[in-house]
Write a protein that binds this ligand. Sequence first.
Ligand code: B3K
Ligand code: ZN
Length: 884
Amino acid sequence: MDIARTPATPDGNPEMADAARQPSEPSLIRREDYLPFAWLVPQTLLDFDLGLESTTVTATLSVARNPAAARSPVIRLNGDGITAARVEVDGEESSSWTMDGDDLLLSLPGDAHQITIVTQIDPSANSQLMGLYGSNGMLCTQCEAEGFRRITFFPDRPDVLSTYSVRMRGSRAQFPVLLCNGNLTGEGEGENGTHWAEWHDPWPKPSYLFALVAGDLVARSDSFVTMTGRNVALNVYVRDGDLDRTEHAMESLKRSMKWDEDVFGREYDLDLFNIVAVSDFNMGAMENKGLNVFNTKYVLADPETATDGDYDGIEGVIGHEYFHNWSGNRITCRDWFQLSLKEGFTVLRDQLFSQDMGSAPVKRIEDVRVLRGVQFPEDSGPLAHPIRPDSYREINNFYTSTVYNKGAEVIRMMRTMAGEQRFRQGTDLYFERHDGEAATCEDFVKAIEDGAGLDLGQFRLWYSQAGTPKVSVELRHDGSTVTLALRQQVPPTPGQPDKLPVPIPLRIALFDRNGRTHRGEELIVLDSAEAEFSFDGFADMPILSINRGFSAPVTIERDVSRDDLVFLAARDDDPFARYEAMQELMTGHLVSAVGGELSDGDRDAARHDIARAMAAVIEDTKLDDLMRGELLLMPSQTYVAEQMLVADPGRIHAEREALKASIGSALGSELDALYARVEKVPYSRSSAACGARKLKTLVLTYFAASDPAKAAQLATSQYDRADNMTDRQGALMVLAGLDTVERTVKLMDFYDRYRGNALVIDKWFSLQAASLHGNALEHVKALREHPDFTMKNPNRVRSLYMAFAANPHAFHAADGEGYRLVADLILDLDPINAQTAARFVPPLGRWRRIEPGRAAIMRSELERVAAAPELSRDTYEQVSRSLG
Ligand code: B3K
Ligand code: ZN
């Protein structure tokens, strides 16, 4: 047949939808258009002839008609920027193929065939870092979501599972280590200084989980004995010289493996688990089957070069990728709309793991801070989408905090409602029922529903509705009865003007004002627009502690007195609720102050109450220092801005700094004593020592606002005496915000000391871009010309520009210079690395929530980006949604 005249969707591939689109506009892919692929690909053989500048790939696919799909005369094999040097069907060169855009369409007459396709690629020219690319002389891959199609033509969609056998050959000198998924099944010498290796992965997988690494690497090796007594060889591969910094990664991996057995009953399923660290990587890490590829940032650590936060990040990301082996690999996604099936669940799993490895309350608070700092703004802005989106143009734009972090919160709510034990019955059923499948979010919810015995009918709305629900709270007291009246509203979001009420599980406690203790915690579920809950036996109006542990990802609106907040901050037995009360105390004050509602007297009274609550926290001997640090932390500027319909970043910054200064002055002696105590704690990785380090730098930040000269002196001495990166970076962070000669001296010292260590030099860029210094914007402009700055390395780009875009006083400079800087970056970076460039659009996309003067400039900068002649699909989609 003449396949050139084949209808546009011969195989029901949803990527072919939206035929009516403008020629220049990338097509919209819709969840409802999903159709199974017409062909099965039970086996895939790949042969790689490796070279940095030229790699030849020969792919042989066994294909058979999919009985569950509509019959199609052709097979659509996705490609992206590649050409076929040769196409064979059943061993004969074929000419019955044609190109449809980047895809190859091949006419197949029978029910089963063998297709062989040869492609040639240049990994060294691949600056997008998707597909096969060169990094520091090594070759590595990134295939999720649609990178495999940059290597060879393939049905590059997650519901096509295939068993892969791979043979690769290359120069032994250049690529002494040859790695792939699964198990090594053979290796040997070739001609002309080459060698080869053969790998076989027995577990059928989608193409996005394929990985290959070839390079000059060394490994830290260890082993793990699984719950059924199988021995698994473990390796963490890094470049020569980095081996000393891999111990924490390896220990984290072993802890993850054990934890997943203990808590979720999941055992590892291959004899080998490899991790490879690469320095050029678009995100944190990738869960390829048996061969996780990591950004060096999430592997390398020692006390001299990594902060406590870095150590925690490594443990969390190693856990996350490992846990994907079951939640992602054994059960994968049917299509990319189901991304939260694997990401939301795996984030929940990594959060619970980290909670168990360290301080559970502190981890919970950190996770909520990320949710509120990143996901809430996303949910209230132009890019808002449900955790299971309905459409996209570029799937890379949907690896969002909503899909990941809100996705995790949604599953956490199921766990809260079911209880741990029944939730485990639900996940057991899910793993059993869908093992080996490409599943949907609906499959997951159904399994939890059946396994845990929950009715999740209405709860499913959490998957389809975007927006952060608002719950308003009123407490009434009558006789001996207390009535809690709750109302919920899910705000309109783009494309979703009207919302239905969702079930909101709220953990609450009522404190007896006299007894100063509560009568036990209860779980109530608000599942209608309004509801009242009554409690008997209260002679007086109690104090309400609500959304304890942040049991639901909602915002709570209530009138609560500062006295009650001071009480809860000091006395609530739920650590999260204590943190929340402190945050509310400060946020409430800042919002009123910025709104111009406060007399001098009101302002003094509020500051006095905040200082009083902080003093109680400093003196509370029952608190550990990690938690003390959380309670003493001010709400971020973004969080304060999020509480306002339209924010004036300049005013928020000024009020926030003023509050910080007033705390520093009011608590001068308490903070001095605290600093003196924690300064003496010697370095170790214990949580007590981590807590001490957290407080050390926190105290400096208050002094930096109240007494800059004293802060400079303390920070200089902390810098000089530091025997670890946490103290040194903390001190330098404070100095970087001050106008002092020590600022320059220590920044130079830091650079000289760590020159050549890319991850630490990233910190050096970030500290300056994120600093409170009045000239931070000028510093960033100078740093983009620094010889160590490059657009080719995503870590370096993020270290300068993400830190800058998250620095409110610099990014929101009143003259719009910060916005221009970020728009320039997007335009310059887009042709080099579109995925990373598109990540810089959301900060500009917030324009509707910023005061009109700045908003107009933000919008015009977005328009300038939109007008660029050749915009990637990634950036186009984000900019058009942000303007729309
Ligand atoms: N699954 C990868 C993310 C891939 C991102 C592609 N743009 C890492 C993770 O979430 O574990
Ligand atoms: Zn993930």
